[in-house]
Design a protein around this ligand. Structure first.
Ligand code: BF8
Ligand code: SF4
Length: 646
């Protein structure tokens, strides 16, 4: 075990000192981590890496060998193009399903509030509720918030069904973008419908035209971006509040040696919001004192962490690859998990310590975890039960195993679209003016995961630093946000690392050059902001000097996100290669052909410095297209490749 980390080899796994300290402990104490399991899997299957393996039916499993002498077709006759397209489409459907099912859970909670059946949830943002009601054609006249919640949620449930031919929230996109969707037949309909249709089309013997399969995959992704994910974001705001800029802190140093530490891990904020309330309960705080703790300390992980960081300023313990490592601090009484990106291994890691892992959603159970079934109608009662369990576990700590390795780094969060527009005086115009005069050259969403195949956080932080140094505003979500936070890029003082134009704008507004816009479902905030900019200028999103990047992605959700971002007209650079290289036709379509259809493409570039050049060139091309002062894209030199993969 831990064979990969001979000597201080663990320093190759991450750029962060907190991760190094924990990996050193893992090595010394023989505790398995994600990096050990990756090493045990190597070499990973070449066919799967190329996307040319298929197990969609029992005539298979099959693999085709597009570049060698092996079989060129599966048993059914599917060639590399068909197999790669089907696999990619299924990946997108899985990612879209994850986000959209999360949205459905929030929607059902709004419905419970509408029925007056919740012991804790309420409407926190009536104005947003009213705005959504208008978008859905629900009259607000004379209705209470509760009545509106009931009616709106009933209407929104149809976004998951098949009566509606168009998702209402897609109406937020510029008219030109909606026309493209109409023309290509990909205007998104009900989320469930698009997901099911993808699974149908990719069953053996259904859709065997790889372009047709992929066009539907784009439609499927759009039903997530402008549907399920957007519902998750909007309704979380309605129930829990629209994020506002706040100051918090990040890394394993946010854990407290003398307090009960509870880690909130996963994606759905429903329970974690309640835990925030339950952790302030006088009776439970008194119990904590009785057990010898100075208080109850909450810390986030992954996107549940981002949700409570954005809205409540709860400190962030780390991103995806820190989930096992944070348990190794020995200071975690309880890790509360909901769903998505939770490694099935955390319960095993916890067995080496006193940490309890509690799962809460009946659709997401984990080995070596206690399960407490979450019911939003009894949210507060369950929340208190969980916090009490954590407090009672404090006395089981092993003092010599407490090792909190570093001091936390300050970071700002809470930059919802409303907050950004608020900072700009209520309209996007000042941002547009700064882009027009060139002090900000463009904006880029750096988003997505950490992946053990890439040195943790290097892709995110190097790319972000390069972009801001070149006067490109960076907005971040998901694990990318946590990476940049740890690197100190998300405080106003980081404006000193930005180019002169961006730096001056940030200093005038008192904001960082890297703005935290939320969790991964909150990538929809980026869509809404892009649409607002495009609508103000009267152009399509694809005309704007914008780009997306997912330097360290691993998840199916990230593929769905990347696809809806490109389908919405934003060029996107991936740091990890997707499994499509077994089909040169599909590689050409994704990297070139999509330009003619959607006005945007994908690129793959693992080296963050080279990715920054691709993005800078793209932004200058878009500036030239809008007749804004532009630098010649060819004059931006590409650095020698300096591969930074593990
Ligand atoms: O939804 S960035 S590793 S935690 S998938 Fe997961 Fe990726 Fe992190 Fe959030 Ni998003
Ligand atoms: Fe093989 Fe075709 Fe079945 Fe896939 S669908 S496993 S390629 S026979």
């Amino acid at each position: 075990m831990s064979t990969k980390f001979s000597g201080n080899g663990y320093k190759k796994m991450s750029i962060n000192r907190d991760a190094w300290a924990m990996l050193e402990i893992a090595q010394r104490e023989g505790i398995e981590t994600v990096w050990d399991r990756l090493a045990a899997q190597e070499p990973q299957c070449g066919y799967c890496n190329l996307g040319t393996s298929c197990r969609n039916c029992a005539m298979g499993p099959c693999r085709v060998d597009p570049f060698g002498d092996g079989p060129q077709k599966g048993v059914c006759g599917a060639d590399a193009d068909i197999i790669v397209a089907r696999n990619l489409a299924r990946t997108i459907a899985a990612g879209a399903s994850a986000h959209s099912d999360h949205g459905r859970d929030i929607l059902e909670t709004l419905h419970i509030v509408g029925e007056g059946k919740s012991d804790v949830y309420q409407i926190s943002e009536p104005e947003k509720l009213h705005q959504l009601a208008e978008e859905y054609g629900v009259s607000i006249d004379g209705k209470s918030d509760q009545e509106l919640a009931a009616e709106l949620s009933w209407e929104m449930m149809e976004d998951y069904g098949m009566r509606r031919k168009k998702l209402p929230l897609a109406g937020r996109a510029p008219a030109a973008r909606q026309e493209i969707w109409e023309k290509t037949g990909v205007y998104p309909r009900g989320v469930d419908r698009e997901n099911v249709e993808t699974l149908h089309r990719t069953h053996m013997g259904v859709d065997n035209d790889w372009v047709n399969i992929l066009l539907h995959a784009v439609r499927n992704s759009l039903s997530d971006g402008w549907g399920g994910s957007m519902i998750a974001t909007e309704l979380s705001d309605v129930l829990f509040g629209i994020p506002k800029p706040n100051s918090s802190s990040v890394n394993l140093g946010v854990l407290k040696a003398d307090q009960v530490n509870i880690i909130l891990h996963g994606h759905n904020p429903m329970l974690s919001e309640v835990i925030v309330a339950a952790s302030q309960d006088e009776e439970i705080l008194a119990l904590a004192k009785e057990k010898g703790a100075q208080g109850i300390n909450l810390a986030g992980l992954c996107c549940t962490g981002n949700e409570v960081l954005m809205r409540k300023g709860i400190p962030m313990a780390g991103n995806h690859l820190m989930q096992e490592l944070c348990i190794m601090t020995g200071a975690v009484e309880l890790m509360l998990v909901d769903y998505q990106c939770i490694m099935p291994s955390v319960g095993e890691t916890a067995k080496c310590f006193h940490t309890k892992v509690i799962s809460t959603f009946d659709k997401a159970k984990f080995p070596n975890a206690e399960h407490i079934s979450f019911d939003p109608a009894r949210g507060l009662e369950i929340g208190k039960q969980i916090v009490r369990t954590a407090v009672e576990n404090y006395e089981n700590r092993v003092p010599e195993k407490i090792r909190i390795p570093v001091e936390p780094v300050p970071m700002m969060a809470g930059f919802s679209v409303e907050a950004i527009l608020g900072a700009l005086g209520g309209t996007p115009q000042p941002l547009i003016d700064a882009i027009v005069d060139g002090s900000i050259r463009g904006a880029v969403g750096v988003v997505g995961c950490s992946n053990p195949k890439i040195k943790q956080d290097l892709g995110h932080t190097e790319l972000t630093k390069q972009l801001i140094a070149n006067d490109i505003l960076v907005v971040v979500t998901g694990c990318a946000a946590v990476a940049d936070g740890k690197a100190g890029l998300m405080v106003p003082e980081a404006a000193d690392l930005a180019g002169p134009g961006l730096s001056a704008v940030c200093k005038a507004l008192g904001i960082p050059p890297v703005l935290h816009m939320g969790s991964c479902v909150d990538n929809t905030r980026i869509l809404v902001l892009a649409a607002a900019l495009a609508n103000t200028l009267g152009v399509d999103i694809s005309a704007l000097p914008l780009a997306g990047a997912a330097p360290e992605w691993y998840s199916e959700k990230a593929v769905a996100i990347g696809t809806y971002v490109v389908g919405s007209g934003i060029y996107t650079v991936l740091g990890t290669a997707p499994p499509v290289f077994g089909s040169p036709n599909i590689v050409n379509l994704l990297t070139e052909g999509l330009q003619d259809v959607f006005g945007a493409t994908f690129a793959v570039e693992p080296d963050p410095n080279r990715a920054a050049v691709l993005i800078r060139r793209h932004i200058e091309r878009k500036r030239a297209g809008l007749n804004l002062p532009a630098i010649s894209p060819d004059s931006i030199a590409m650095p020698e490749a300096e591969l930074t993969l593990v």
